[in-house]
Design a protein around this ligand. Structure first.
Ligand SMILES: [Fe+2]
Length: 238
């Protein structure tokens, strides 16, 4: 019998290669399957829940486990140390789904091109270059803080879209935490007519109106790095 994680993988590929009219029902089916996914389905090793692993000298604050990648999707697991976090980062022109499979995380999300951010950009247009030029030259984004929620294994999958919740920061709460991450298309692909689909890190530069912030692109923070661990769950088969 096919493993549950294999069903998730197949549905993810189907979703992100589907015709536009079938995208939403397929995405809903993917979210429903992902919602039922547990640490056991990917054979998450119990050592990642122990304090002793994370207090080991030189241990990276984040461990990544690659499960699958092709030209359409990436599937993997991120494990955060107690009190660890992924810096605020973007997902250029991408969709993403997150399902917590161990522990608890706080996800703080920002959206792009919302009515509020577009209004801020319109108002500042007289004084500054247009937003597109600001983005390309100064790497400053106008983004709306749309949610800061704590999610655990009982929570529905969290979704991000090319604009909606496209930037997020994820931190573990009350101990280590792990989540399954599906991204489409992968960071390793090109953005058509644009160039590499780079993952960039950001810091809040200033608040410009209620819940609207200017975010400045920064280098990867020195406190953030990750190591890799091999995937030990059921082999993905297409
Ligand atoms: Fe992310």
């Amino acid at each position: 019998m096919a493993s549950h994680i294999n069903s998730v993988l197949k549905q993810a590929i189907l979703t992100f290669t589907s015709k536009p009219e079938l995208f939403t029902p397929n995405l809903n089916a993917l979210a429903a399957l992902l919602d039922k996914t547990t640490a056991e389905d990917v054979n998450l090793q119990p050592q990642f829940s122990t304090e002793s692993l994370w207090s080991r000298p030189g241990k990276a604050p984040v461990t990544c486990i690659d499960i699958y990648e092709d030209q359409n999707i990436t599937m993997g697991i991120f494990i955060l140390k107690p009190g660890g976090h992924l810096p605020l980062h973007n997902h250029p022109e991408m969709y993403g789904l997150i399902k917590v499979i161990s522990g608890k995380v706080r996800i703080t999300s920002y959206s792009l091109n919302t009515p509020k951010t577009l209004e801020v950009d319109r108002r500042s247009f007289k004084d500054d270059p247009p937003p597109a030029l600001v983005f390309s030259r100064k790497k400053i984004l106008t983004a709306e803080l749309v949610s800061s929620e704590i999610v655990d294994t009982s929570s529905k999958p969290c979704m991000l879209e090319p604009n909606d919740k496209n930037l997020h920061e994820i931190e573990s709460v009350d101990g280590p935490a792990a989540f399954l991450d599906i991204l489409a298309p992968p960071y390793s692909t090109l953005i058509p007519n644009n160039g590499p689909r780079l993952c960039s890190y950001f810091a809040v530069l200033s608040q410009v109106s209620p819940n609207v912030f200017k975010l400045q692109e920064i280098k990867s923070p020195s406190w953030y790095w990750n190591d890799m661990f091999p995937y030990t769950g059921p082999e993905p088969k297409l």
